[in-house]
Design a protein around this ligand. Structure first.
Ligand SMILES: *Cc1c(COP(=O)(O)O)cnc(C)c1O
Length: 370
């Protein structure tokens, strides 16, 4: 009998003792974890086991488990927020579930019902309510993970898998307001390529990017600007999507982000920024290829307005400069305020999204859990 994932079957095992909460000021991103985790096993013979919320703890796996050898791993990242009225909120979690299924499919990990999984995750978050910090900008980071656990060194699809979800209380990305980043436009390494896996949130995409990141950091840059192709097309910034606001050659103000051509990770924040920008209808919004020579030319002509990265962790990350093939390119921040660390449009996206996430701006994207 093959079973499907069903939230109605969810059972809860509580720990004997609850951990002590960590003062918000001592939170370090992704280092502290809550009391529980969600665990769901899968096997080719039986399908999905009954979901179990159990005390947070170590996982025991055979050294031959496929995840250790061939990187059968995909993950998601989303946040739970507590609003002023004490309500717990999620931001567009259906998009994370869809992307999770897509990432799993790309590496032959088993499919599941995303709505059922989301119901289990909501129950986990409700149980961890005390861990969700109340201060604005703070949240509970949720990390759904799916790994292949088949005990085998054969490169093949996995007959066993484990889906688990852990939660980590996190602080705001910018503790003291925005802090603009300097990028190293990386020409020596490529993050993703057509036909590759750049559009899947799979572990294998991330480890290879750490060395280039360390190299960039040693040279005094915060992040890599990932390029692709002969024309040095912009793709992503570190593990964020990339946006350029410029006045184009026709004199139109245009917000540009690279298209989802298979090498770009389809960020929930990216999609939200595009939607907001289209609803404002104040400038042209394009998903199109954009190259470094185009950005350099715009900067030289005084047409480059703002640039930023986007992702769940920071919402937006303003960019103040790019080192590109021997040249230091300055990216404008706020023309009316020399001390500002973000341009007005970047700031407006951040404020609007934060307002929606914390329930201050009513919006269908924000889901209430309690
Ligand atoms: C997760 C991720 C993003 C951002 O996605 P969000 O859903 O907005 O958090 C962008 N690029 C890469 C490579 C990522 O892994």
């Amino acid at each position: 009998m093959i079973y499907v994932l069903q939230h109605k079957k969810l059972r809860v095992q509580r720990p004997q003792h609850l951990k002590s909460l960590i003062p918000s000021k001592d939170l370090v991103f992704g280092r502290q974890f809550t009391d529980h985790m969600l665990n769901i096993q899968w096997s080719a013979e039986n399908g999905w086991s009954d979901p179990l919320i159990q005390p947070y703890g170590k996982i025991s796996l055979d050294p031959s488990a496929m995840v250790f050898h061939y990187s059968f791993e995909c993950f998601e990242g989303l946040k739970a927020y507590k609003d002023k009225n004490g309500k717990i909120r999620l931001f567009r979690p259906d998009m994370n579930m869809k992307r999770f299924k897509k990432s799993a499919a790309r590496i032959s990990l088993p499919d599941f019902n995303g709505e059922e999984l989301l119901e289990c995750i909501k129950e986990l978050i409700r149980l961890e309510e005390r861990w969700i910090p109340v201060e604005r900008g703070y949240s509970l980071y949720i990390r759904p993970t799916l790994i292949g656990t088949q005990e085998s060194l054969g490169v093949n699809s996995t007959g066993r898998a484990l889906l688990f979800v852990i939660c980590s209380p996190v602080g705001p990305y910018y503790k003291t307001g925005f802090s603009a980043v300097r990028l190293l436009a990386t020409t020596e390494y490529v993050r993703a390529w057509p036909g590759g896996t750049g559009d899947a949130k799979i572990g294998g995409n991330y480890a290879p990017c750490v060395k280039p990141q360390i190299d960039a950091s040693k040279k005094g840059y915060h992040q890599n600007l990932w390029l692709f192709g002969e024309n040095d097309e912009l793709t992503e910034v570190g593990t964020m999507n990339c946006f350029v606001l410029l006045k184009n050659e026709l004199g139109e103000t245009e917000l540009v982000t690279p298209p989802l051509d298979g090498s770009i990770l389809a960020g929930v924040t990216r999609d939200s920024i595009l939607s907001l920008a289209r609803s404002w209808n104040e400038f042209k919004v394009s998903e199109r290829k954009i190259t470094m020579p185009e950005v350099v030319k715009a900067a030289e002509d005084g047409r480059l307005i703002e640039m930023f990265g986007s992702g769940t962790a920071c919402i937006v990350s303003p960019i103040e400069g790019i080192y590109y093939r021997g040249q230091n390119l300055k990216v404008p921040l706020d023309p009316n305020d020399a001390s500002s660390q973000a341009g007005p449009v970047t700031r407006r996206f951040a404020d609007t999204l934060l307002g929606i996430q914390y329930g201050e701006i009513p919006h269908e994207w924000s889901i209430i859990l309690n």
